[in-house]
Design a protein around this ligand. Sequence first.
Ligand code: URP
Ligand code: ZN
Ligand code: ZN
Length: 466
Amino acid sequence: MRLLIRHGRIITATDDYFADILCDQGRIVAIGRDLDVANARVIDAGGRWVIPGGVDPHTHFDMPFGGTYSADDFESGTIAAAFGGTTTIIDFAVQQRGQSMLAALDAWHQKAHAKAVIDYGFHMVVTDMPDGRTKELSQLADAGVTSYKLFMAYPGVLYSDDAQIFRAMRQAGQDGTMVCMHAENGIVIEELINQALQAGHTAPRYHALTRPTRMEGEGVYRALAIAEVAQVPVYIVHLSSADALEEVRRGRDRGVDAYAETCPQYLFLDETAYDAPGFEGAKYVMTPPLRHHANQAHLWRGLRLGDLHAVATDHCPFCFSGQKELGLNNFAKIPNGAPGVESRLALLYEGGVKQGRLSPNQFVQFTSTAAAKLFGLFPRKGTIAPGSDADIVIFNPNRPERISVDNPRTHHMRVDYNTFEGFQVSGYPDVVIAGGEVIVENHEFKGRPGAGRFLKRARYNGLLRD
Ligand code: URP
Ligand code: ZN
Ligand code: ZN
């Protein structure tokens, strides 16, 4: 059945106008005023925004981490994403030490293919890459996995030393792919953690106290310097602090092809969350940790001025009960991560557009277009144009919601708390369309597990380079 979206205000990263959109066979086929169309289901988007479906380039579904698995799998996680207006995710497949990255990719295909309700791609987390394995990166690129994440943190688990980072970057540079970096000095942080534990400090707040912003800044500096020598574009994930942002700005100023994302938790929450009574602070144990609130203004400014390029969620949920509690007596054993895939658009609309920090075009740029361009999905994803996938959100700028684990309209994630509990937002996605099918409408899910397709992504093409 064809779909006609009438009378909406179409907003892309560059345009803002009123028109109708006709979708057929999963694609946008026509855009125009008062389209004359027979045999189509009509949705009236009057008074609402019609925007490209969100692209969240940073999720962790069904991921083994911290002695457990992230609580959302590809079904519950993508359903929650869809309710929040995200129609494409890029998840991180994880190579176990000693494992071939191609086997890791297969494992992630198995996790996703019968479950995902929206389209998905994968980055590969590289944990073990001796010389003989570098060719696997090229094979991944041929298979549509055109970006890799390396960790400067978590020694003994996901950590890569500088030699491994350089090796992977050099190969990625030759292959025309992108390196994503978790930038923190994990070795110094490990030392700080050990000192804190030896002094008997076990509470969640020590997670933040042992990960100073300077060590994030140092990681960013080093990542950009190594990328500069390896001649590869680099994308800093989950950037949380002014110190780190400063290093991105400096690197870009000297010509490094560097990009960075931040996440709603760093734009809206701060380190006082760790003062919550009892063990409650564990809900906010994520890496990097929440920072002093003074960092937030720098991050908003970074978005506005173009030093930050995307807003991702780093959705990595662990239930408070039974999972976060693994670290009851030792903050270093609390599984790192927090839920957020469902709230990204509503939060960025609120803090960005409503509060006058971002234009509507920037809102679309940061929630959809930039990630599509950086990760080889544009213009199939990330815009509203003839030929693009019919992934469309009808966003109601006048729909107040209180984000809460207890609000069935704002919480579909399979986790027993909401990171943004009690946040009041004034706009929310009403209708979500993926591949030309309505998958969320009237607060109901209408999609189907397995309907999401794996996206073979193109290699990095510099579309966002200025
Ligand atoms: O705390 C976090 N961010 N958990 C997920 C793993 C990562 O570093 O992205
Ligand atoms: Zn990370
Ligand atoms: Zn992450």
